[in-house]
Design a protein. Structure first.
Length: 750
């Protein structure tokens, strides 16, 4: 764990530059605006260790799967987000010496991420061999108001000399991914041009054919006044830029402002790309740096008004939750239903930037409770991919729909067989998200118009994937990987079976209600989808006769049939040198062990929370929690919520802090390659569902709050059925608007 940043309620501050932890800092200081994003690497030359990445949403490369043991149904490619044109680049020379923090001496280095305003500032004083000192302040933001636009400002002040600066702002399309095979590059140049006013570079991805046009222009100011010096134009393959020489005086402030516009063929017809990109750039320049920043901050004000959580008395906890909310809002805003949320967002290459089951399981509640329209677009994303999900099922020999574990465009593109073929529980969480949306919003129209078609297709897959066991007299599900990926190819994973049982019943119940209340729509739906009474009866039978492994002696749900055949040794008895297991044990040893990567049985108990007694929750929590190593970032939040529910308040806070500061403190020593965006939503859930005890019961908001010992007060807002309600919890009790009639508050917590 790293304690690197100054605790601040609204900022993440790093003082002093440490090249050994530079990649970690680059991840932490990432920025985005749903359309595009970048890691916190430097504008100027840096020859030290760095993972330089600029990513554009929806733009990817299908890296062909190459294995010698190809199986029918195996994904044909692994989709990866690709590093795109470097538009932040500004090389700087001071009195003929290239600025490079890997080689130069600096003092007073400081990086500051202002989460309230969505900007990154970096400052330091460069000291050359002759003792000349130069102050630098770099500022950047990606506009939340106009998401094709980014702005960079560089302020340079010679502190004790007169001299010369040379700026070289550029666009560079000659980029690659660090994980590329054999240095493979993914972009071809389409065109480039440059004149005194703007530089334009257009690139096309190989295979997928996405076209991206990037345009830039720069302004140079001296003490706030324009400098009209000559700009030498530089042009070569995949590169355009300017060389700008500026004489400087001691104490004078020279500022370079770089305006950037980025558009792709996802949103603009290829033949219009150049024209549209330039129009956006020119409009940005006309608005000016300060005007663009004001518009950007106004959008952030709206986001914070929707989703902020305020904690008093615990600065680190406050910083952690705000950082996670900040990154979630940077990654996805719901403007484009064709987009979704990748586990790393715009902060790194790992996991390919694709959509996982994480979205519905962990991210969906955050958006649902803060902005109903955004949540609806996340559901609609899956509806748009329904035909692809049917194709995925067909490739494995099944009817119905199997949503992919990993996807960019609806096709399965995960390249590990135990995930692709076996981690089928992802289907159930799609159904659960539909249920959650309808249950929270009361929007039954979505269920009727779009949701049921998805439910029916998923249920058809389940009906084919189960087996009937004559010996048990039950339906079983064989050869699966549950949420705990430290067990592969097991039989009757309780979480999978329980969620299948629930989703089949939800499908049948929905169809029945449709028949009772919307007869014409019901008739049209069963005709259009070809649903017969026999098929509906089959769904019902499977649900009622689903086998669920239990151990009556211990009173627990068994993670899978053979779980108690393992040697049960709590994690606390392991040697510290064994952890994390995936870095020290063979895969064979992990699979045979009792250790759990992330919540599995407990995940099911959380999802279907009202189906279980308090005693069942306690017994299962107390059995599985000591065996869980939390080597998935998705694990701590579920443990925090359930610990809060059963009265384990210290554990609830411990797991909250772990999920809240997972990246800021680098708990798992893996933040260098990007942030854990999808697990960040779990931090929010830990407060709202855990400490706040929020549930929906009979169409009402239900709260059972408590406050951690080290907090003085906390508050959050929920957007619920056309109203926004603010809940404040402190030592004196819980405050809610008196006029809010849809909320039930118990007198005390069980």
């Amino acid at each position: 764990m790293i304690d690197k940043f100054i605790a601040d309620e609204w900022k993440v501050i790093e003082e002093g530059f440490d090249p050994k932890t530079n990649r970690f800092s680059e991840s932490i200081f990432s920025l985005g605006n749903e359309h595009m994003g970048l890691r916190g690497f430097f504008e100027e030359t840096y020859s030290g260790d760095s993972l330089q990445g600029i990513y554009v949403a929806g733009v990817y490369y299908p890296d062909k799967t190459r294995v010698g043991w190809w199986k029918i149904g195996y994904p044909e490619f692994f989709a990866k987000v690709i590093n795109s044109t470097n538009w932040i680049g500004i090389n700087i020379e001071v009195n003929g010496v290239n600025l490079d923090l890997a080689k130069c001496r600096v003092k007073d280095f400081r990086r500051e991420l202002d989460m309230k305003q969505g900007k990154l500032t970096r400052s330091f004083i460069y000291i050359d061999e002759d003792g000349k000192e130069t102050s630098f302040i770099f500022t950047r933001f990606l506009s939340m108001a106009e998401n094709n636009i980014a702005c960079i400002s560089v302020q340079v002040t010679p502190l004790n000399y007169d001299g010369k600066l040379v700026f070289t702002p550029y666009l560079d399309g000659d980029v690659k991914n660090e994980d590329a095979n054999y240095g493979e590059k993914f972009w071809d140049e389409v065109g480039r041009r440059i004149n005194g006013d703007e530089a334009v570079l257009t690139m096309r991805t190989k295979k997928t054919g996405f076209v991206q046009t990037t345009a830039t222009t720069v302004k140079v100011l001296a003490d706030g006044l324009p400098v009209n010096g000559a700009k030498e134009q530089i042009e070569r393959e995949k590169y355009v830029g300017y060389r700008i020489e500026v004489p400087v005086k001691k104490g004078s402030v020279v500022t370079l402002q770089k305006f950037v516009a980025v558009c792709t063929s996802r949103d603009v017809a290829e033949e219009e790309l150049d024209k549209v990109t330039l129009a956006k750039l020119n409009a940005a320049v006309a608005r000016g740096y300060d005007g663009l920043f004001a518009d950007h901050v106004a959008e952030w004000d709206k986001k914070w008004a929707e989703s902020d959580v305020v904690i008093e008395g615990d600065v680190k906890a406050q910083q952690g939750i705000r950082y996670n909310i900040f990154q979630l809002n940077q990654t996805y805003t719901g403007k484009d239903p064709r987009l979704n949320i990748g586990p790393k967002g715009f902060t790194g290459e790992k996991y390919g930037g694709s959509t996982y089951w994480d979205t519905e399981a962990f991210c969906f509640p955050f958006y649902l409770y803060t902005n109903e329209e955004v949540a609806r677009n996340l559901l609609y994303y899956r509806y748009l991919h329904l035909e692809r999900a049917k194709e995925n099922a067909a490739k494995l020999g099944f009817k119905g729909a199997l949503y992919p574990m990993v996807t960019m465009d609806g096709q399965e593109c995960h390249n590990e067989w135990e995930i692709t073929f076996e981690e089928i529980h992802r289907n159930a969480v799609i159904a659960y998200a539909i249920y959650s949306y309808v249950n929270y919003t009361g929007d039954k129209r979505y269920l009727l118009d779009y949701g049921f078609e998805v439910l029916a297709a998923i249920s058809r897959f389940w009906a084919e994937r189960v087996n009937y066991s004559e010996r048990k007299g039950k339906y079983v599900i064989l050869g699966v990987t549950g949420a705990n990926e430290y067990e592969n190819n097991v039989n009757n994973n309780w979480y999978t079976n329980r969620m299948v049982k629930w989703s089949l019943k939800y499908t049948v119940d929905t169809l029945k209600k449709m028949e009772e209340s919307h007869k014409e729509l019901y008739s049209d739906t069963i005709r259009r989808l070809g649903i017969s009474p026999d098929e509906t009866e089959k769904f019902k039978e499977i649900s009622e006769k689903m086998y669920l492994p239990v151990d009556k002696k211990l009173g627990i749900f068994l993670q899978q049939d053979g779980f108690l055949d393992k040697e049960i040794i709590p994690v606390k008895q392991l040697k510290p040198s064994d952890l994390p297991l995936h870095q020290h044990w063979s895969w064979d040893r992990i699979l045979r062990s009792c250790y759990i990567k992330q919540s599995d049985v407990l995940q099911g108990i959380w999802f279907l929370n009202d189906k279980f007694t308090r005693e069942e929750k306690i017994r299962n929590y107390e059995f599985y929690e000591p065996l869980t190593v939390h080597e998935s970032s998705l694990s701590p939040c579920v443990h925090s919520i359930l610990a809060a529910e059963i009265g384990r308040k210290d554990k609830a806070y411990e797991y909250y802090l772990r999920t809240a500061r997972l990246d800021l403190d680098n708990y798992n020593n893996d933040t260098d390659d990007g942030l854990h965006i999808t697990s960040m939503a779990g931090t929010w859930m830990s407060i709202i569902h855990g400490f706040g005890g929020m549930r929906i019961k009979n169409g009402q908001l239900y709260l059972a709050p408590f406050i951690p010992e080290c907090w003085e007060e906390y508050s959050f807002r929920l957007a619920f059925r056309g109203r926004v309600v603010k809940i404040t919890v402190n030592r004196q009790g819980t405050s809610i608007p008196v006029s809010y009639t849809h909320l039930a508050l118990p007198t005390k917590r069980e």
